[in-house]
Design a protein around this ligand. Structure first.
Ligand code: C2E
Ligand code: MG
Ligand code: MG
Ligand code: MG
Length: 283
């Protein structure tokens, strides 16, 4: 049997490919049922201010407790969910869950925390993301200033879905908007004028290269852009003390990474909120 793949390439039937194909179909079916079977869970990763020695925010990160495969991270299934048209429902669930959790922590006295939620480009396509977000905030009595939505540079490049107008409307409603993985895409500075975002998240790949308290052209450039546009900065993927120190010297105070805390279920995060020293390694 000969299969066509790509434009002109032919390849012979491959049993491994067939297995892969069957696994994919199983994954798709499981994914269609995951919401109804309550298999999704949010983990939360603290964002800390080094100067304040305080948790200032949390990023909600989706996990799928698959009945057979165990806990799955989003890189394995978000794209499939997007292809199947399931991402809208999933994002709605994530927003709802994140708001409910933030409201819960507010009642426990953790007041000024900011919750960051990752959005998919498809969230800007059909549904009205602006009213989904503002209605969710109202329902849970959470101030808009405590919600941040993370978008990527790729969403800003092709504005057919009117992303810029929606970002402006979200900002007008008081919601923060961050550019995730900043610096890895085609970040033309003009986008920062068209998309009035509030935060730049320095991608992990730039933080990884930081080896000590030395100058670093990329981090300096990003902090310079942030100052110029009056944006907040969050560094992601901080794994070592040296990186945290270097970032601080380069003018970046808010950080997120395994050095402080891994993403964790709400119960564990609650204990960190009650005892913030748990996420600050002693120097
Ligand atoms: P992201 O938004 O850039 O999230 C940061 C990722 O880096 C997370 O991976 C996090 O666990 C990981 N991370 C955090 N600190 C460190 C560190 O110090 N070292 C290393 N090596 N990694 C670190 P995760 O949870 O697997 O998420 C992967 C991506 O999936 C996210 O990247 C985000 O783009 C997407 N994602 C996560 N949750 C959602 C969601 O609810 N909806 C959508 N649409 N996408 C999501
Ligand atoms: Mg993110
Ligand atoms: Mg990121
Ligand atoms: Mg990243």
């Amino acid at each position: 049997q000969v299969k066509r793949s790509g434009k002109n390439a032919f390849r012979f039937f491959d049993p491994a490919l067939n297995t892969h194909h069957r696994e994919r179909i199983t994954l798709e079916n499981d994914l269609r049922n995951a919401l109804g079977r309550a298999e999704f869970e949010l983990h939360y990763q603290p964002q800390v201010s080094l100067a304040q020695r305080r948790i200032v925010g949390l990023e909600a990160l989706l996990r799928w407790n698959h009945p057979v495969l165990g806990s799955l991270g989003p890189s394995g299934f978000i794209q499939v969910a997007e292809e199947l048209g399931l991402i809208g429902e999933i994002s709605t669930w994530v927003l709802e869950q994140a708001c409910a959790q933030l409201a819960q922590w507010r009642t426990e006295g953790h007041d000024g925390l900011r919750m960051s939620v990752n959005l998919s480009p498809f969230d800007f396509d059909k549904r009205d993301i602006v009213s989904s977000v503002t209605e969710c905030l109202e329902r849970h009595d959470v101030p808009a200033s405590q919600m941040e939505l993370e978008i990527t540079e790729s969403m800003m490049m092709n504005d057919s879905a009117g992303v810029a107008a929606k970002v402006r409307a979200l900002r007008a409603a008081g919601v923060s908007v961050a550019i995730d993985d900043f610096g890895t895409g085609y970040s033309a500075l003009a986008y920062l004028q068209k998309f009035p975002v509030s935060t730049l998240k320095i991608d992990r790949s730039f933080v990884r290269d930081l080896e000590g308290p030395m100058t670093n052209p990329i981090i300096s450039a990003i902090t310079g852009i942030a100052r110029g546009f009056d944006l907040d900065i969050v560094a992601e993927g901080v794994e070592q003390a040296e990186q945290a120190e270097a970032l601080q010297m380069l003018g970046c105070d808010i950080m997120q990474g395994y050095y402080f805390a891994r993403p964790a279920p709400a119960a564990e995060v609650r204990s960190w909120l009650q005892q913030p020293s748990m996420v600050f390694p002693v120097h």
